[in-house]
Design a protein around this ligand. Structure first.
Ligand SMILES: Cc1cc2nc3c(=O)[nH]c(=O)nc-3n(C[C@H](O)[C@H](O)[C@H](O)COP(=O)(O)OP(=O)(O)OC[C@H]3O[C@@H](n4cnc5c(N)ncnc54)[C@H](O)[C@@H]3O)c2cc1C
Length: 474
């Protein structure tokens, strides 16, 4: 699958002096093996792999800084790599260079349970963090479907099913240690709950996708485990009834912890994949957190709203193992869908709109998909106004890819016209680059480019992602 950024890529061989210096520094943690390079040149997008020339496995901030000093001196691109679960072509080595794999930087640095914060190395994954803090009575809520690294999650400004209650990485990262393009180590933010001290560099790096600096340590907020949790599933006659239930729930200020939507195609897929027996109809999956009394009250209110929108009965999952089974099925939905068409790849979309426009945006998108005969499913973190259309395409069919991309194009234009965004959580990578001018306007993109030029004057940090280096390339 081609993209203007791929077509414009120019690969240069790695200078021998750089390779020798990296091998001297890291010994067998510097690899040029094809299998290792190929593994690091692909993400979960539908793009073909574009491997780097070398992969280095770092263990400390100082090693990252040394690798950057070397690559900067040689003008060689550097691509940070966490768990490789991104979806928009983020980690393709468009111009070759060196991929820095941070997955070995997986130590807990400090847990301050009394302040509800944890500081971890960037390679710690979200599941690992929750395992490490399980005895504190606290948890970290941000849960993208994959077991992503905290560095990658900060770099993509990730969220997941809990964002409706707990926010995204934007709200939950307090401080970062970052290595700049020329190898300087900086700390942004602190563990203080608030600060007015100067420009907010933490939020500049959160969402910068490895294009402004390499995050080596992340300080995040933690939350007390709720006293009571209950989860329920509920089916609806059609998509609009389900989505309207969510809109009314949010508008009434019910502090729901999670509310996920799956259309009938998505339900069929998870039934097959996770051996469930859910009615093959549009479905909402709810979770309520709070005190026993609070959870009961929230659930009653939502049941009333759902009933008024034609819902069937709520099926409750109060035992932890039943809840885990349901949420695991939701998290597996992407892989479940891929199995509905063996050999296919998914073109994922990620629009997010103000909640009042959600039903309209989903319904117009559904009609578009039906009119074009694509194999698709709509699933989403609808409490945030965020949904994904996963379109399964034959990776060898230029025609199918073009149809899916044209649906995506219209969906993004629709979302932006509703004051929404082309990406609620996945980020830009290369796939969404073409939409940024439409969303932000040329002047704002100009300011973003100035930022990139100031932070990375030699354009070595994940080059070719988010925005083009030159205005002329746009
Ligand atoms: C099945 C599935 C479900 C998903 N569901 C969600 C979801 O619900 N919500 C969501 O937000 N995302 C979701 N994603 C996407 C993905 O999990 C997130 O984008 C995640 O944050 C990527 O983290 P990672 O560690 O895999 O990063 P990678 O894929 O390794 O890297 C992502 C980007 O961040 C950069 N990067 C990585 N580490 C660093 C670092 N230490 N410093 C600077 N830059 C860095 C990379 O260069 C790249 O540009 C899903 C993906 C899959 C496959």
């Amino acid at each position: 699958m081609n993209h203007p950024a791929i077509l414009a890529s120019v690969r240069k061989p790695l200078p021998a002096s750089l390779l020798h210096a990296l091998q001297a520094l890291l010994e067998d943690r510097c690899s040029i093996a094809l299998a290792v390079r190929e593994h690091h040149g692909r993400d979960e997008s539908s793009y073909d792999p574009m491997p780097p020339e070398a992969v280095v496995f770092v263990q400390s901030t100082e090693e990252v800084a040394e690798v950057l000093r070397l690559c900067h001196a040689h003008d060689v691109p550097v691509i940070p790599y966490g768990a490789g679960s991104s979806l928009e072509g983020h980690i393709l080595a468009l111009h070759g260079g060196v991929t820095i794999d941070l997955s070995h930087m997986n130590s807990m640095i400090a847990v301050h349970a009394e302040d509800l914060t944890a500081t971890v190395q960037a390679g710690v994954t979200r599941k690992q963090l929750n395992t490490e803090i399980r005895d504190t009575g606290l948890f970290f809520p941000i849960d993208p479907g994959a077991d992503a690294s905290l560095g990658g999650m900060a770099a993509t400004r990730a969220s997941g099913t809990n964002a409706v209650r707990y926010g995204t990485m934007r709200e939950n990262v307090m401080a970062l240690t970052v290595v700049t393009a020329d190898g300087r180590i900086i700390r942004t933010g602190s563990r203080a709950k608030k600060s007015s001290a100067g420009y907010d560099l933490t939020r500049v790096f959160v969402g910068s996708e490895g294009t402004l600096g390499i995050i080596t340590e992340v300080t995040v907020k933690l939350y007390p485990l709720p006293e009571a949790i209950s989860a329920a599933v509920c089916s609806f006659p059609d998509n609009a009834d389900a989505v309207n239930t969510v809109i009314q729930t949010i508008q009434m200020g019910v502090p729901i912890a999670r509310v996920e939507f799956l259309d009938a195609n998505g339900v069929r897929a998870i039934n097959a994949h996770d051996k469930l027996n859910l009615p093959v109809k549009p479905l909402l999956l709810f979770e309520f957190h709070g005190t026993e009394h609070g959870v009961k009250e929230q659930a009653e209110l939502v049941q009333e709203i759902a009933a008024a929108n034609g819902a069937g009965d709520f099926e409750w999952a109060t035992r932890p193992e039943d809840r885990s089974r349901l949420w695991a099925a939701r998290h597996n939905a992407y892989f479940a869908l891929l199995q509905m068409r063996p050999g296919s790849r998914s073109i994922s979309t990620d629009c997010c709109v103000p909640i009042s426009r959600l039903a309209e945006c989903i319904s117009e998108t559904q009609i578009d998909c039906e009119n074009h005969g694509v194999t698709y499913s709509i699933i989403g973190h609808v409490g945030d106004g965020n949904f994904h259309v996963l379109m399964l395409v034959d990776p060898d069919s230029a025609e199918e890819i073009a149809v899916a991309e044209s649906i995506n194009q219209r969906m993004v234009t629709r979302a932006i016209a509703m004051d929404g965004t082309c990406t609620g959580e996945h980020g830009v990578g290369i796939h969404k680059m073409g939409f940024l001018i439409e969303e932000h306007g040329a002047n704002a993109i100009h300011m973003m480019r100035l930022l990139k030029h100031a932070f990375d004057p030699r354009n070595i940090l994940n080059p070719g992602k988010i925005i083009a280096w030159d205005e002329a390339e746009e």
